[in-house]
Design a protein around this ligand. Structure first.
Ligand code: EPU
Length: 460
């Protein structure tokens, strides 16, 4: 059943994982109003989508809770359905039931039709190899934030004994002799490659030792899910994960970890607009690094049992020097929203981006709105490269405070797009933010939340 809410968000149903789409392209925002109120964050985009893929490995139905209405969930749902998984909404809002008992190979055109806008399809490799003996992965989408290669994924799969054939339309992966546990050392603690190894090793024959693994909270939550399913995984000191393969996994029942990237985004929106936002569902333990920086900039927060209140306590904001990093460092996904707040701090802030090679593109629009941000493409300090072969040392110098004024801007990617929204909400005057559909990839009901926080906007 199709329906369009007051905010213009078109949904087939209001339940979890439902089709989410927009019948408009732009938001017209009258800024300069502090965002105030309470909103709720649900399960993390960067866990929920992987948990959905994990359901493919079970012999029985899984129940995932707190699934947000975001388009990345919709993409993965579509991909699971073309592979024969039955996906239905559960009793509680946000419940998703995933039944893999009729898993089958999908036609290439079906996979292609569902995969264009996400990188998650690469994680189907291990589960499909276990279930069907082969996997086809089309050209991958995702945000425009650099090359985002998949070499770590393919190398890891080869270590398990998979054969990778590159075709003009994508990649075919087979395992003629089955998948066997392996010793794998990642060149960089990649989130996706760690998930690839986990999802493949749990049912491979023998033991896998993964070195230089990512240990983000979302990875730990995925490990918790796999353990519920019957996997044997131990997280050892120094980024080592040991996985003993098992013959059979069952379905799981799990409430997803909250979306700390979304919570940090709303926190930054509170700071930039001089507002006060309580984010229900946010938990201190997974945001400590962010909270330290937030406080150093001059933001205030109160931690409650069921959420965190983020607010601008008055006075001037202060500049900071930060470097994005793998967990427990400052997440790359936090820098874009925070930079908008840094345009309002007195003095020069420096943000080094070390995870992606091209994640400052969104600052052009901020400069158009009156910010003073200079991007140094080679970084500022000449520190060692984290991923050999590639230069990942961009730095942005943000000099403030600069009043922002309204402008016409186009959303480039998910987090950069949210920054554009915050900048438009901070700016005096009217802005037109186009291509806003991208924001629905990772921010559930963001228009409803903006309304709840008193933002003045209309859709176009
Ligand atoms: N990399 C390679 N080769 C690979 C894989 C990664 O060179 O085969 C490089 C990447 O190009 C990047 C770095 O390694 O420079 C880190 O990439 P990683 O694999 O850790 O990231 P990812 O799994 O592709 C996930 C999140 C991102 C988040 C990063 C870092 C999902 C769907 N995406 O990406 O989230 O920024 O981890 O924590 O989980 C977002 O939410 O907006 C987002 C981009």
């Amino acid at each position: 059943m199709s329906d369009t809410s007051a905010t213009g968000l078109a949904t087939d149903s209001r339940k979890a994982g439902a089709r989410v789409g927009y019948n408009f392209d732009a938001l017209v925002i009258d800024g300069g109003v502090p965002l105030k109120g309470t909103i709720e964050v649900l399960g993390a985009k960067n866990l929920v989508t992987k948990a959905m893929v994990a359901s493919l490995l079970g012999e029985t139905q899984s129940l995932l809770r707190d699934v947000p209405e975001i388009s990345d969930v919709q993409v993965v749902r579509g991909l699971l359905e073309v592979h024969g998984v039955t996906v239905t909404e559960g009793v509680e809002p946000g419940d998703l039931l995933l039944d893999p008992s009729n898993v089958r190979s999908a036609h290439m055109h079906e996979i292609d039709a569902h995969a264009g806008s996400s990188r998650i399809p690469i994680l189907f490799c291990g589960p499909l190899l276990h279930q069907l003996g082969e996997a086809f992965i089309p050209d991958l989408g995702g945000c425009r934030i650099g090359d985002r290669p998949i070499d770590f994924h393919l190398d890891a799969l080869r270590h398990f004994g998979a054969v990778v054939d590159k075709l003009p339309t994508g990649i075919r992966i087979t395992a003629p002799n089955g998948l066997r546990g392996a010793a794998i050392e990642l060149p960089y603690p990649s989130v996706g490659a760690t998930e690839q190894v986990l999802l493949t090793a749990v049912r491979a024959e023998g033991t896998t030792e993964l070195r230089n693994a990512a240990i983000e909270p979302e990875i730990m939550d995925l490990i918790a899910i796999l353990q519920k399913m019957g996997a044997i995984i131990s997280v050892e000191p120094n980024r080592v994960i040991l996985i003993e393969g098992v013959d059979r996994l069952e379905g799981y029942s799990h409430r997803a970890i909250f979306d700390r990237n979304e919570a940090a985004s709303w926190a930054s929106a509170a700071l930039a607009t001089g507002g006060d936002i309580e984010v229900k569902g946010a938990k201190q333990e997974h945001m400590m690094t962010f909270l330290n920086v937030f406080r150093k900039v001059g933001g205030a927060f109160d931690v409650y049992e069921d959420g965190i209140r983020f607010y601008h306590p008055g006075g001037e904001l202060k500049p900071v020097v930060i470097e994005t990093d793998v967990h427990p460092g400052f997440m790359t996904d936090w820098q874009q929203p925070l930079i908008v707040a840094l345009t309002q701090a007195r003095g020069a802030s420096i943000v080094h981006e070390t995870v992606y090679e091209n994640r400052f593109g969104f600052t052009d629009a901020l400069n158009q709105m009156g910010a003073d941000i200079t991007v140094h493409k080679q970084g500022l300090t000449g520190t060692a490269r984290r991923v050999p072969r590639r230069n990942l040392e961009q730095a942005a110098v943000i000099v403030g405070p600069t009043p922002l004024h309204g402008a016409d801007v186009e959303v480039p990617d998910l987090r950069g797009g949210f920054s554009h929204l915050i900048a438009a909400l901070t700016a005096e005057g009217r802005s037109r933010v186009s291509n806003v559909g991208i924001i629905s990839r990772g921010y559930g009901d963001f228009l409803g939340k903006l309304e709840a926080l008193g933002a003045r906007f209309s859709v176009e």
